[in-house]
Design a protein around this ligand. Structure first.
Ligand SMILES: C[S@@+](CC[C@H](N)C(=O)[O-])C[C@H]1O[C@@H](n2cnc3c(N)ncnc32)[C@H](O)[C@@H]1O
Length: 296
């Protein structure tokens, strides 16, 4: 039997189009798929900013300055002595410490916390229809992750948008991240203070807050913020606070407010290591609890 090879005319335009496909990267971090002259799909990459950008900058500047001092003293033409050895060693020590701290903070903002957020939200029992509040949402790290867990609910973020606490901290950046994560239709943002939440009692099923409350210097302000979070939770709703210090304070207050099953979740080993390296200023951990089944 003779086989006649015929060109598959229907497939030709598809093959030509596939050969014409290109992925282009925009200066704003977006990606778009192009077919010839036509853009088929455009997707912005979410970006959750750098926390405490001033501190990160200071660590890097101090690290570089100390490195220069250490190198200059080490290579100076003058005869070395105990003083120059001590200065050079101190320069190296400060430089390594400051650069490691700056690098660790950058890693935490850009990679660590983005990876950890789904595990964190996995601590809560989701039904998919919750009303969620993210207090101090910044550029929406937990807000968008929570919105992706509530296809039949919604998530509201509230913040004062302080530039000192997060780089590029703006409501528009948060909404852009919600679009990039494909959850924009379930996300809203508002401007407001954690100490005076503009919501009625019992509005939310879940309240979350990530690396926010420690920014309030006075313990009375932190207590007010927690009171407010408890007030806007419905009876039986869940509260999750991830922070870098003050966990015992939060646990005591929530227990005092009658919360059920209040827990402080942290790795003992890493808590000790991080606490030692950062002089007790960075000991991330989670406080979680369920609002009492009674009206406020
Ligand atoms: C370190 S950022 C964390 C942002 C976000 N939760 C995250 O983890 O990416 C701290 C956030 O708390 C906000 N913030 C600080 N004090 C606040 C207050 N009193 N009320 C509301 N937001 C506040 C800042 O504007 C900032 O967005």
């Amino acid at each position: 039997m003779e086989t006649i090879k015929q060109p598959c005319t229907a497939a030709e335009p598809l093959i030509a189009a596939a050969q014409d496909l290109q992925i282009r990267r925009g200066g704003d971090g977006s990606f778009s798929l192009w077919c010839g002259r036509f853009s088929c799909l455009r997707r912005q990459r979410p970006s959750y900013g750098i926390d405490a950008p001033g501190l990160v900058r200071s660590f890097i500047l101090v690290g570089v300055a100390a490195l220069i001092v250490a190198l200059a003293v080490g290579h100076s033409p003058w005869p070395g002595g105990v003083v120059s050895l001590a200065l050079s060693s101190f320069g190296w020590l400060v430089s390594v410490y400051a650069l490691c701290m700056g690098g660790y903070m950058l890693y935490g903002s850009l990679i660590g916390k983005v990876r950890a957020r789904h595990q964190l939200l996995g601590l809560l029992p989701w039904t998919g229809s919750e009303a969620v509040l993210d207090v101090g949402c910044g550029r929406g790290l937990l807000l968008t992750a929570a919105a992706s867990r509530v296809p039949f609910g919604h998530a509201i973020g509230i913040d004062l948008w302080l530039a000192k606490d997060q780089s590029g901290n703006r409501a528009a950046a948060t909404l852009a991240n919600a679009r990039a994560e494909g959850v924009a239709e379930r996300v809203e943002v508002e401007t407001g203070d954690a100490r005076q939440l503009p919501f009625a009692d019992g509005t939310f099923d879940v309240v979350v807050s990530h690396w926010v409350v420690h920014n309030l210097d006075k313990s009375t302000d932190r207590a007010r913020a927690l009171d407010e979070m408890a007030r806007v939770l419905r009876p039986g709703g869940w509260l999750l606070i991830e922070d870098i210090e003050n966990h015992a304070e939060y646990v005591d207050q929530l227990k005092g407010l009658g919360f059920i099953g209040v827990r402080h979740i942290a790795s003992r080993f890493w808590d000790k290591v991080r606490g030692f390296i950062t002089f007790g200023t960075f000991r991330p951990g989670t406080v979680i609890g369920q609002s009492p089944f009674q009206s406020w």
